[in-house]
Design a protein. Structure first.
Length: 169
């Protein structure tokens, strides 16, 4: 069993500034310490909600839970940067390894952040909907997946293509 690693206040401050650089207003967290959960926003969450969050993610002593509240894309960008920095801090990134990932099941549409209430293309307007053109008539727009995939290497997209297989019904 390895010893728990706790982030210092200066590391958390660095991660908060990183989140802010991605247009977040801050970085919410709960740190699981031996004496119990610690969070500067507990006064806003309350014990009941904080314990619900801890239970939902299965956090244990030594863990830290980062989360945000903002526009979806802002939170994704901020937490993505924080996740990557945490992996670097914890030595989880090995620069000597090549890691590939197939990215599938892209949403075809999402709600526009520019025009509230408008459905817009999420990723690639030139993709076929998964399930073919019939999906446009039978499936709610926000539930349609795009028939495409990306191949990423060490976090960088190196290939994107339409999928030859349509599976959604």
């Amino acid at each position: 069993m390895t010893a728990a690693i706790f982030f210092s206040r200066s590391v958390i401050d660095e991660l908060t500034e990183l989140a802010k650089s991605k247009e977040a207003k801050g970085l919410a967290y709960i740190q699981m310490r031996p004496e119990g959960p610690a969070s500067p926003i507990n006064k806003f969450l309350g014990d009941e909600l904080m314990n619900k969050i801890i239970a939902e993610v299965g956090a244990k002593t030594g863990d830290i839970i980062f989360f945000g509240a903002d526009k979806f894309r802002t939170v994704c960008a901020a937490l993505g940067a924080v996740r990557s920095k945490c992996a670097e801090i914890l030595g989880l990134k090995d620069p000597k390894k090549i890691a590939f990932a197939w990215i599938i099941d892209f949403p075809m549409y999402s709600m526009s952040e520019i025009e509230p209430g408008k459905v817009d293309f999420e990723h690639n307007p030139f993709s076929m909907p998964d399930g073919g053109l019939e999906a446009l008539e039978k499936i709610e727009p926000l539930k349609i997946k795009a028939s495409q995939y990306d191949l990423a290497c060490n976090g960088f997209e190196i290939l994107s293509a339409p999928s030859a297989i349509t599976t959604q019904k």
